[in-house]
Ligand binder design. Sequence first.
Ligand SMILES: NC(=O)c1ccc[n+]([C@@H]2O[C@H](COP(=O)([O-])OP(=O)(O)OC[C@H]3O[C@@H](n4cnc5c(N)ncnc54)[C@H](OP(=O)(O)O)[C@@H]3O)[C@@H](O)[C@H]2O)c1
Length: 234
Amino acid sequence: MKRVLITGVAGGLGLCLAKEFIRKSYFVFGFDNEHNDKLGLLKAEYADQFEFFRVNTGEDKAVDNAAEMLKKKIDSLDIIINAAAILPPDSANLLEDFDISQAIEVFSVNSLGPLRIVKSLLPLVKNGEDKLIVNISSEAGSMSTHCDYINRYDYCMSKAALNMQSIILQRYLKPDGIKILAVHPGWVRTRMGGWDAPVLPGDSAKGIAKLADKYMHDLDAGIYFDYDGNTRSW
Ligand SMILES: NC(=O)c1ccc[n+]([C@@H]2O[C@H](COP(=O)([O-])OP(=O)(O)OC[C@H]3O[C@@H](n4cnc5c(N)ncnc54)[C@H](OP(=O)(O)O)[C@@H]3O)[C@@H](O)[C@H]2O)c1
């Protein structure tokens, strides 16, 4: 059975991604800093395809410990999907009220969290069949096309940094056959996206799974996509 690790698995998109990959017969390892009833139900229904680990991806030690636990259980991982991220409510503040120390936490989770995960689990991905890393980015990280924000420094900058990280990783890991995707999941109806967002998390998850299928074997050109497969400009 192939294996996928999904961070932010308790969230709106992460949970739908977990369900989608279970449907595709993967074993799903889910990381999140919180457990919830929905994860409990998923585990009850798919005990042989799902396991949850409480992990704060913003902390080095937490990620290292979880990686060590995982390495004792399995020797390969096919896909990593980095979906954990935060968008603090006061991210919308203008410069005058911008909270620098909070921004450091946003960077630690949104930009460095995915790198922590990849760094600590790379040996498993090298042994995997699919050899794919999906960084859930955002249009907010695009320099050329992102919405006309005059605030949200922390979130937009953190996703731009994640995009740059995806480019560097793609270059570095190409000789090992590992592919990286940076994906804007759409404006998704979740706690982060709000309940007026037009894209259902299940539809976004299906699109992302389709992209994974398409690019896991070959990825030569662009790596920044919308969930529906359109190439995005950096
Ligand atoms: N929704 C949108 O419209 C939209 C648009 C563009 C990009 N995105 C991206 O899509 C991804 C999924 O977002 P979503 O809409 O599903 O948001 P969400 O419902 O808020 O889910 C995010 C999940 O990540 C978890 N998380 C946050 N910090 C974490 C940490 N340090 N360690 C472990 N888990 C952590 C959250 O747990 P807690 O609840 O405990 O914090 C939550 O379960 C994110 O990367 C987001 O930036 C979303």
